[in-house]
Design a protein around this ligand. Sequence first.
Ligand code: F3S
Length: 389
Amino acid sequence: MGEPSELYLTAREEKALNGENGEAVAASYRVLLSIGEYLGADRLIPVISAHISGVNYANIGDEGLDFLHRFSDDGRVSVRTTLNPCGIELENPKSLNPPASFIAKQLKIVEYYKKLGVAPTMTCVPYEFDNAPRRGSHVAWAESSACLYANSMMGLKTNKESAISALASAITGKTPNAGMHLDRNRRPGIVVDVEAPLESPTDFGLLGIFAGKLTSKPIGITGVGRITKSEGKALGAGIGTSGSSPMFIILDHAPRGVETVPFTKAELQNVKDENSAKSMPQVVLLGCPFYTLEEVGELSRKMETKKFRVPALLHISRSVYERAEKKGYISKLNEAGARVLKDVCPSLTPEGTWGGWKSVATDSPKGSFYMKSALKYDVNVMGLDDLLV
Ligand code: F3S
């Protein structure tokens, strides 16, 4: 964070701030101005895409619904803008048995976003088919796991936006020139040297939970070699859950003068233990963040010879579903007893209240955190292979 400062606005931005282009635009500039001054930004810079959270009615409630109702009256996004998952399957709203009032309110929220011009992608992996700008682009993304992935794996430049600031950037096409938009801030504040053997994306998620607590600056990671998309997704999701760091950087060696913290086998075990419940899971919940197409394919291949011990629900985006269906993955998963859901966040939607379960297993440390804190489930975190027999 920089020193609070005067932020320069162009004449056109001043006029927009004063209401020339309507109240939604003016309110968006007010939001960006106050965040920008707090962060020490000298000006606003253009973004070419936005990604918005604050969609699930279970999260934003009636206040969020009312706000969007008013805001969508005269607002309109000016750049490619995608939307996080919600609390129902949009094309099959009763599939998880939510109350009728929940369905009605959730549908309204999505309708207001559509009115604003937001693409109803309902995904927390927007980079998978829906919103993938070229490397080096400035963007304004909410959803911490997507931000971490964007900065760390895609070479995009985004701060960890809130639902409101991402929406303000979507409307104006601007963001404060501060934080991760400045190259000088994209250097590691600490390095985690991984000594523990990491055997699955779940282990990378646990490393993320450990590392995220150490600093609010970018985190250097050594000792892991090249990492896969799945591992990077899980690592970013873990870091984004336990702290406010906006980025990780995979390094061969720690830069001189930067503090290095080891991540040993014992530490991995500790984080695992903190994420294990004693109870027997009634359901397996997968897809926090949503599975990519490659991950869906890998799961469907595993299930040719294995099965889940208990019923399993896999959560993915409509874009991934469409492609997975064409490749035959969805039918294979259904035949093997796994149910595949579109649009729905498993970690903040009270699927258990509606479905009659309380004790779950998941492969996601991020999911575990929210399932415990927001949904009060008993949660066991296990690698995918340990969930199959
Ligand atoms: Fe996605 Fe919900 Fe997890 S939005 S990252 S599935 S908490």
